[in-house]
Ligand binder design. Structure first.
Ligand code: ZN
Length: 132
């Protein structure tokens, strides 16, 4: 099982994991699934430009402010993190041809932490195409 471990350093953080998953595609043809096991993290494909990454995190906080009277905060004070993760989604699929991830020029695979710092696990697998 291919699992990537990610140690996040802040409560909220966006980490480019493209280079770490790329090696798992080695020699394969099919679809790569990248899937996070956690309810307060997300995975998306977008541009890893530092200003844009901050803009996105800021906009998510504008949409879902922390501690705005959520029911779930009575249990563990991270309702905003769950909702931000749900807005982003917990997986992406990427076509793989001859071991190469078919990403556009500016596309990167981004892991989003919303309730760190924590040790996180992301599952990566290429589901190979039928031959012939
Ligand atoms: Zn929670």
């Amino acid at each position: 099982m291919n699992v990537i471990e990610i140690e996040t350093k802040n409560r909220e953080e966006m980490i480019d994991i493209t280079d770490r998953v790329r090696e798992i595609a080695d020699g394969k043809n099919g679809m790569m699934l990248i899937y996070t096991f956690h309810t307060t993290t997300g995975i998306m494909i977008n541009e890893a430009e530092s200003g844009l990454m901050r803009d996105m995190m800021q906009k998510l906080s504008d949409i879902v402010p922390r501690g705005a009277g959520y029911m779930h905060d009575r249990i563990d004070s991270n309702a905003d993190a769950h909702m931000k993760a749900s807005l982003i989604g917990n997986s992406v699929l990427i076509p793989v041809e001859n071991g190469r991830l078919l990403l556009g020029t500016w596309q990167r695979i981004l892991f989003l932490e919303f309730d760190g710092p924590r040790r996180r696990k992301v599952y990566v697998r290429v589901y190979e195409a039928e031959k012939g």
